[in-house]
Design a protein around this ligand. Structure first.
Ligand SMILES: Nc1ncnc2c1ncn2[C@@H]1O[C@H](COP(=O)(O)OP(=O)(O)O)[C@@H](O)[C@H]1O
Ligand SMILES: [Mg+2]
Length: 337
């Protein structure tokens, strides 16, 4: 294991003494922030990548009609799954430390389930994996998140790139209610700085909705509002929206906890079909779901008044059938949590 690295202090607050004692220093990078990092959300969204084939700066024909090259163009732009490494992640809200030096390897194309009782830091950990934790005013963190070996918190790295590469789906599905199903599906393109013609969008809408197991249910009403869908359909629409920008990693925070069994099954089918194409990290309180969908599993726990840690992680089958730690055994067998 590596020594704790410099903290990625984003908030204006000072890190607690405890953090300084652990070898990290508040504000170590405060003076080194790129303009992008210190900019407003709208400034961040205005940053485009000229190397990206969909970017505003690239040659692009808005009048292009569907042709055989289109799928190729999109599959070229589609990115392969990437491995994600979290190294010594600690997190604070104000003075309160909620995660303590959590390290986890999430290999490319696999499904990792994060399990553990409420309040042990699973959502915080997930938000750190795509730079959303720093949106909370009092939040700070230390450690590294490596996407195929590259630190997403490196000041040279764009926050927009991290968000495009590492998509996220939440417990509460939040499509734009008045926006059509079609427009909801491609809503992420603009935010990611990707530009697509009408024909390209048509292609992406069908492709993404198919991947999210929603196409058959909505193909005849693509231009009706997203708000008119059932809860389960809305969740799959949000998954389609995430997939439309071709993320390399997809984070899912209890995506099925508000869904009926049929929608839950569809979401699980989607996860199954994405295996290998996208790296998936899913928080779930449903042990059967963790056992069904994941290759590896990490059990988080926070003892009273202490920050969350990973008690055990490894092959899902082994963790469920023969856990090494008694606390894991008790949790997966429903004795607490
Ligand atoms: N925005 C926030 N401000 C302050 N404390 C928070 C915030 N979000 C979460 N916490 C606290 O951080 C700890 C971890 O929360 P969370 O990551 O949501 O856990 P989990 O997802 O495992 O239920 C909890 O004690 C929670 O109360
Ligand atoms: Mg949570």
């Amino acid at each position: 294991m590596k020594m704790p690295s410099e903290p990625h202090t984003v908030a204006m607050t000072t890190l607690p003494d405890e953090a300084a004692g652990a070898g990290v220093h508040a504000g170590a990078r405060a003076g080194q922030q790129s303009p992008e990092q210190s900019g407003t959300a709208s400034q961040q969204l205005a940053v485009f990548d000229p190397a990206d084939p969909f970017d505003a700066g690239s040659t692009f024909d808005p009048e292009a009609t569907f042709d055989a090259g289109l799928e190729k163009r999109f599959s070229l732009a589609a990115q392969p799954a990437a491995g994600l490494e979290a190294e010594n992640i600690s997190a604070w809200f104000g003075e309160r430390k909620v995660l303590d030096r959590v390290s986890l390897s999430m290999p490319a194309g696999t499904v990792t389930a994060l399990i553990g009782p409420s309040g042990c830091g699973k959502s915080t950990f997930l938000r750190i994996l795509n730079r959303m934790h720093e949106m909370v005013p009092s939040a700070s963190l230390a450690g590294e998140v490596l996407l195929d070996g590259q630190d997403i918190y490196d000041p040279q790295q764009r926050i927009t790139a991290a968000r495009r590469n590492i998509g996220m789906v939440f417990q509460k599905a939040n499509p734009f209610p008045a926006m059509s199903i079609y427009e909801n599906t491609v809503a992420g393109l603009k935010l990611a700085g990707l530009k697509a013609s009408r024909a390209e969008k048509d292609f992406l809408v069908e492709d993404s909705l198919r991947k999210a197991s929603l196409w058959d249910e909505v193909k005849d009403r693509l231009h009706q509002p997203g708000g008119g869908l059932s809860g389960g359909q809305r969740q799959r629409l949000c998954i389609a929206r995430s997939l439309a920008v071709s993320p390399r990693v997809l984070l899912m925070d209890e995506p099925c906890s508000a869904l009926d069994p049929t929608s839950t099954r569809r979401v699980e089918e989607t996860i199954e079909s994405l295996r290998g194409e996208v790296t998936i990290v899913i928080v779930t309180h449903n042990m059967q779901q963790a056992a069904r969908v994941s290759d590896t599993c990490a059990f988080f726990l926070a003892a009273q008044n202490t920050p969350g840690v990973i008690v055990e992680h490894g092959d899902t089958n082994a963790m469920f059938s023969d856990p090494r730690d008694q606390r894991t055994n008790d949790y997966v067998n429903g004795r607490f949590g």
